[in-house]
Design a protein around this ligand. Structure first.
Ligand SMILES: [Zn+2]
Length: 72
């Protein structure tokens, strides 16, 4: 699933999120992130990547999802 961003004069459709796993560099889909993000209604969430590691997900100032490495 892609994400559509409305800008003045048109729309941009992104096929991939900017959330890239810091461990395996897999793009984590909007689909998976959004389901959890809205359910938990937090500023940041943690989720499991396909590589099996936990990554943190947050949003940048434009509302794009970004992934970061969790410190333990
Ligand atoms: Zn990964």
């Amino acid at each position: 699933m892609s994400k559509t961003i409305h800008i003045p004069g048109g729309t941009i459709t992104l096929a991939e999120s900017k959330a890239v796993c810091p461990h395996c560099e897999t793009h984590i889909s909007f689909d998976k992130i959004e389901k959890r993000f809205w359910k938990q209604s937090k500023i940041c969430i943690r989720m499991k990547c396909v590589c099996g590691k936990q990554v943190g997900i947050t949003q940048d100032y434009r509302g794009d999802f970004v992934a970061y490495e969790l410190k333990r």
